[in-house]
Structure formats: structure tokens, C-alpha cells
Design a binder for this molecule. Sequence first.
Ligand code: HEM
Length: 456
Amino acid sequence: MATQPRAEINPEDLKKLDLDAMTPEERYRAEYAKEWRDGLDRSTLEKPLATADTPLAEIDVSRPELYALDRWQPVFEKLRREDPIHWCEDSVYGPFWSLTTQKPIIHVEALPDIYSSDWRNGGFTILNSTNDETIALPMFIGMDRPEHTAQRRTVSPAFTPSEMKRLDEDVRKRTSELLDSLPRGEEFDWVDTVSIELTTGMLAILFGFPWEDRRKLTEWSDWMGDVNAAMDPELGPVRMQKMYEAAAYFQSLWKQRKASEPGPDLLSMMAHSDALGEMDDRNFLGNITLLIVGGNDTTRNTMSAYAYALNQFPEQGRKLEENPELVANAGQEIIRWQTPLAHMRRTAMEDTELFGKQIKKGDKLVMWYLSANRDEEVFDDGHLIDFERGNARRQLAFGYGIHRCVGARLAELQIRVLIEEMAKRRLRPEITGEIERVNSNFVHGYKKMPVKLASY
Ligand code: HEM
């Protein structure tokens, strides 16, 4: 996945590659990772990127450049029209099914015993998780029932409507302060200055994390969520190092919370819960990772999408200015249109049939929310933003079923407050330069967005 701006790499940390000792697949991955790191556009290489004219059998939507170059739309439109449950035989991630409309995605997510999320079966992203108990980081998004139920239950009280009410004031205060501090008439990067700052601050509050160190959360989360780095034999160990650094930091906070009276922050809630309070170190780190990665680039990219949308669809901005009661629906519509996580994945636990396709035990099924949120059977002109869209809430960006995003309300709160506070100040960001997108088939978002603030 990933790749938001990343920390400096120390060349000493990079392991020397022995390409000759690798299997062809390992070599392909290693070379691929190098090219990606050096910024090479693989669309010019031997395997061209898919377009609407590519024969179905050759379409591979796992290629991250499709998203970095923003060329995924016609390819998914073709898949939805001609083959909504599509088999890709050959990809860097091995063969996989692509589910591109709402019906099969909802069907699969509603049958978690047949379609597993468990890390021991491959996990929840297109990249297979390791099933090596000594290095895996088990987290409940990658677990099946009953383990999933028990662990999810311990964090869900942090996201109830009453908790959201409690957090509202804090979120509003920080959002207001940040908006008031933005430079006027000067170019700045919306992603770093607004989206990252607000989301990271929110996570720091949620965890009771030391405020002055909050950017560590951004750095760790970017590394942890970086599926490309995870596949890279050179960057992989650097990434692991970052994860251990995060683990050590959180372990010491955890000890403090365990030794103190229960408090309202998430870490304290977890430390004092039965199911999470006694879990082993790896599982603990896994769930912390889940919460910081889950709440980080997703909300960040929604906030960036809002600024982008106001520029792409200026009439919608005006509509909102005239009808402030559209704010909640506008938030849903932005989340639908952006779909900050392009996919989740499941693994078939038995031979089965899915709307006429024969699924074999062990097959990988990738559910492309990004495409399902453009499903022509559900949304008219899904590629457009319409803050008055009657069924914006039918979007699948938060998933569906037992794994549906536990932090959805918090994400909605943050985006709603941002829209409201910008409206109060009559602020409109105007994009002034080239936008850079994340090179990933998982995190769907923006690396850079230069803007100037205007008032209306
Ligand atoms: C717009 C923002 C967000 C989006 C688009 C998003 C998306 C998702 C998706 C697609 C899933 C998996 C659903 C599935 O497998 O069916 C998920 C799960 C999860 N998300 Fe979010 N998320 C967002 C914000 C957050 C926030 C703010 C947090 C917490 C701080 C969070 C924490 C989690 C956790 C813990 C899970 C695992 C739930 C489970 O397995 O039961 N997310 N999210």
C-alpha cells in the first residue's frame, strides 16, 4: 500500500540483495520495488497498464500506477459492465478475483465463515499476510469469529455516539485553531498542513498520546501501512524496525495506563479490558497498529478529497454555502467519491459458487470498494459529486458486515466539523499546482496538494 511521504532512509539499513539466490517471483518483486522506489512509471514497461480497450483476460487492477496516475475509472467501468466478478491469473500478488459491484461484495462480507479475513489464511489485503507466528502482527481486522468479536468489543465503546459527543468539542477546537492559523494568500500543502495535522492530532487525543510526539504516529502509520515496502526485501527490514520502535513506545504508555486508574482514552480502555488487557505483545502491537493506520490515512485522504472536490466541482461548494443543512450528506458523498481504502480482501475457505463463478477453496477475493462506489445500478453518475445525492449513505467505503469500520463515526465527525468550520470562515482552498497521488492499490489518496486560501 501506501506511500505517503516517508521518513529518510539510512542506506546502512538496507540489506544487500542477492538477486541470483531468489526465485523468479522474488526477483520480480525486488526489481519492481526498486523501480517503484526510484519513481519509474511502469506503464511504459513490458506490461502496459490496463485501459478500457484491454482484453478482459489481461486486465490486472492490482498495478499501483493505475491509482497513482488516476487511470482506474475506465478499467473498472469495463469490469462492472462486462465481468463484475473477474479472474486475474497473473499479478505480482498471484492470481485473484476482483469483485467490482455492490452485490457480490455485500454477499461475500455477509458470509464471514466462508470468506475469511484471518491472517493465518492470507489476511485482509491483496498482499498475503505472513502466517509465521513469530513475525506476524495479529490484529482483529485480520481475524474471524469468535476471536474477532471478543477483541472488537473492547475498542468499540470508544466510538459510541455519546463518546463522539464528548469528542466533538475537542475536534472543533483543534480544527478552528488550525484553520485560523493557515497562511492567507500564500501557497501551502493542504495534505501536510491540514489533513495530516488534523488526523494525527485526533489520534493523539484518542490514545492519550504525548502531544509533542504526535508526528511519530504519522511516521509509524505510513511505514506500517506501506504494502510496497513490506514486499521490498531492502525496505522490509527498515519497516520492521519502525514497527518495533512504535511497539516499544506503546508498551511503555501501556504500562503507565495499566498502573493508573481507568481513564477515557482508548489505550486505557484497552489496558483495563479483559480481552485486550492480557494479550501477548504481538497481538497488542497488531491492534495498536490497526487503530493508528485505520484512523490515519483514511481520514487524511477524505480531508484532502474535500479540498480537491471543491475545486473540481465548484458549483457543489456554492450549493453547500447556500444550504448548510447538507453538511452531513456532503461528508458521506466525499467519502463515497474518494473511497480512501480502495479494497479489502477475503480468502475462500471452501469450494463455492458466487453469482455463477466457481470459487475454489483458497482463492483470493479482492473487493474493490472504489469501483462498487461507482456502481451504475446504485448510483447515477457516480463519478460526479452531488452533495444532494439521496443515497450517498449506501456507499461501501467503510465495508459491510462484522468488520464494518469501527471508527466510521469518528471519521464522519472529523470531516463534518472540517466542512462546518471552513464554511463559518467562508474559506475556499484553490489548487495552485500539480497534485501528487499515492502509488498504491490499497490506500487511495494524495501525497501533495498545493493550495492558496481564498474567501467567498
Ligand atoms: C474515512 C475514514 C475511514 C475509512 C474509509 C475506513 C475504512 C475501513 C474499512 C473499509 C474497514 C474494513 C471493513 C471490512 O473489512 O469490511 C475498516 C475497518 C476498521 N477501521 Fe476504518 N476507516 C476509516 C476511519 C477509521 C478510523 C478513524 C478508525 C479509528 C481510529 C478506524 C479503525 C478501524 C478498525 C479498528 C477497523 C477494523 C474493524 C473490524 O475488523 O471489526 N477506521 N475501516
